[in-house]
Design a protein around this ligand. Structure first.
Ligand code: 5GP
Ligand code: ZN
Length: 136
């Protein structure tokens, strides 16, 4: 299997590592949305958020919080976006699970421009019922 993030974990590809422990690696994204944009990954290869076992996910989340604090402190950010693109339709391009930690500033010109929908005629409850039934 060809995976650039596995290559980074194994030291076969270069990266600017900012955090490492037994289970997790944090490093700078090569194409940042803002400088300091970081990625946090489990060292073991899982395709996406839905595939990561709970214990690995817990390690990644704990590291993501630690790295977020460090980015906020060292870069004096006003905010952060913490994102896990899950699936091609959601913009995932590297299929080794990762959180993006994106530094945000009041002055940056980086905006999400979503078009919000309105729920009509009981659709909100209908969908909530469907999801509630599916929650394990
Ligand atoms: P995705 O689109 O899957 O959510 O995010 C993948 C991210 O990995 C992208 O932001 C991309 O810039 C980053 N990326 C892809 N290849 C490399 C690489 O070789 N090194 C580093 N540091 N980041 C990479
Ligand atoms: Zn991998």
């Amino acid at each position: 299997m060809n995976c650039i993030f596995c290559d980074i974990v194994n030291g076969k590809a270069p990266s600017e590592i900012i955090f490492e422990d037994e289970h997790v690696l944090g490093f700078l994204d090569i194409r940042p949305l803002n400088y300091g944009h970081s990625l946090v990954i489990p060292k073991i290869h899982f395709e996406n958020f839905l595939d990561v076992p709970k214990s690995d996910l817990e390690s990644v989340v704990a590291a993501a919080q630690k790295i977020s604090e460090a980015i906020k402190l060292s870069m004096n950010t006003d905010g952060l976006n913490i994102v896990a693109n899950t699936g091609r339709a959601a913009g995932q391009t590297v299929f080794h699970f990762h959180f993006h930690i994106i530094p945000r500033f009041n002055s940056d010109d980086f905006h999400f421009k979503p078009v919000f929908k309105n729920y009509e005629n009981g659709l909100m409850k209908e969908l909530a019922d469907k999801i509630r039934k599916a929650v394990k």
